[in-house]
Ligand binder design. Sequence first.
Ligand code: COA
Ligand code: AMP
Length: 637
Amino acid sequence: MSAPSRYHEVYARASRDPEGFWAEAARDIDWVEFPRTIFDPTQGPYGRWFADGVLNTCYNALDRQVAAGRGDQDALIHDSPLAGSVTRLTYREMLREVAALAAVMQDFGVAKGDRVLIYMPMVPEAMIAMLACARIGAVHSVVFGGFAAKELATRIDDAHPRLIMSASCGLEPGRIVHYKPLLDEAIRLAAHQVPTTIVLQRPQEPCTLVAGRDHDWAELRAAALDAGKAAPCVPLRATDPLYILYTSGTTGIPKGVVRDNGGHAVALKWSMFNLYGVKPGEVWWCGSDIGWVVGHSYIIYAPLLHGATSIMYEGKPVGTPDAGAYWRVIAEHKAVALFTAPTAFRALRKEDPAGELIRKYDLSRFRTLFLAGERADPPTVEWAERQLKVPVIDHWWQTETGWCIAGNPVGLGVLPVKHGSPTVPMPGYQVDVVDEAAKPVAANKMGSIVIKLPMPPGCLPTLWQQDDRFRESYLTEFPGYYKTSDAGYKDDDGYVFVMGRTDDIINVAGHRLSTGGMEEVLASHPDVAECAVLGIKDPLKGEVPCGFVVLKAGVTRAPAEIEKEIVALVRDRIGPVAAFKIAITVNRLPKTRSGKILRGTMKKIADGDSWSMPATIDDPEALAEIGSALQRKGLTS
Ligand code: COA
Ligand code: AMP
């Protein structure tokens, strides 16, 4: 019999005395000046944690671990089936690399508060670059490699970086991602002029460097190490920004989520044992990408703040080379836990339904599987439980929160799992389900999921230089709460069920995308009069975007040709990550009498769900046309 979970007691303590709870958690971090004010409600749009504390995140991730005797332990194991390599860096080696690169950045004039944009594949140097920024107080902004030049340019124009760190190429199965031409194009498109880039030449596809602007990473590194350069840690206020991470909003302009130094370090450190059950010295694997929040928090920062070894994986769950790759990595590197997205498990299940490849590997050390990024569908969770015979923990969070909102705390003692629910709110989060008047609804009743202010340490304090947009996007609709834009319910035991978004964000293979952003691209095609993009069900990716277009009067070109151009346009403007492959021409879009496009009903038709004719519909025939168009494309039967 395992001991009863301490969850309820710990959650109650954090609710009763949040400042006492987080002050105690803050003792697990080394501070230059321990905060006297644990929470200051007068700062920022809803208050700031550890307002007068001073620390350095990189110091806590590296120097402190070396000083505590972890110098010879691996900080990072980089495993790349795509490059055919495994690279290890001990904490001591990582510290040396980070301090040298931080000195290089300083030589280019990068100082505390300056932004550094990182557009890189999953290579050790990306981690080194992020930590080097943290060391000198520069604010990194990592852009996911699957985004196109225009998206990169938008981020350059918002963050105004002083420096860009990039690489010559990325590796995807069967294709090389040409980073450098994308970077050059983004710099050309951006209004903000970036004076310096540092480019890592990868042997798979070296690139040409622009004289005067681009610098060779390896040369700078070698020169800095030869000269014995090592930047010391810069003391930072807990409230100084550590990074900006752009995420999809309801328009094409992404939101710059700001993460602070103090709250982030405290919350992530707390989570590694209490939530994930991982002890310092153990090997942990988060299979996300550094371009996403999950990668920031659980490939880079949390494992190192905790003194664990982090695996960074440049590959896919299937096809690199087969559906046994995950099990090979776990067995070979002795990982105790894996954190990935349900979509990866749907891919594994499809390729290896009987789990034969799983049994080829020694997974005796593997204790827990964590899933997040999208709703974990019960059949996938059940399959993983049956095959792996370890707890499978769904947990819910957002780029904005930086760590888990609702989960099942392994370190405090696992609570009974209910399939379809990410379990219960973590300490510091008061999660309510409310109606339109911000009144909590009864148990088992659907509503908007909101978090009572203040949110716990680690959550975004604001959007980059946009306090007003932050208030308007998150704090205005439900006064006193942060709006998650997720809908769902809580059951009689307080378990949270997250059922879907209330805005136009869709979740494609665990990647968060804005259909509004895609509609802007479709509408820019010269032959398109009107459009609507919806997320429709997909057995592998959960959802995929599907675009309906109405062509301008007088357009005589074949619709199939225009549809192809539209697909290419989204790939070109947003990037392959949008996974936009379905464009359908229709004569008109179904609308209400007041002109609102009936996206909800269109989605139900596409998903094969039951639907009823909206009373406000302008022309019922328009919905029948959507059904026929989907049938013609073979998307519905
Ligand atoms: N750089 C460049 N292109 C990238 C990229 C990157 N870092 N990541 C993905 N892409 C490309 C893919 O190559 C693909 O291109 P294609 O249209 O030419 O095939 C496209 O973007 C769509 O990618 P994705 O939706 O991820 O599909 P996939 O077929 O490559 O892989 C899965 C499917 C399920 C294996 C994959 O999505 C996966 O492992 N997902 C895990 C998600 C995850 O970790 N999410 C983070 C939140 S926890
Ligand atoms: P991102 O900001 O990319 O992490 O995406 C956050 C969104 O993904 C959330 O608002 C949810 O809609 C969805 N999401 C993440 N994790 C889960 C989960 N465990 N269950 C249901 N939805 C999730």
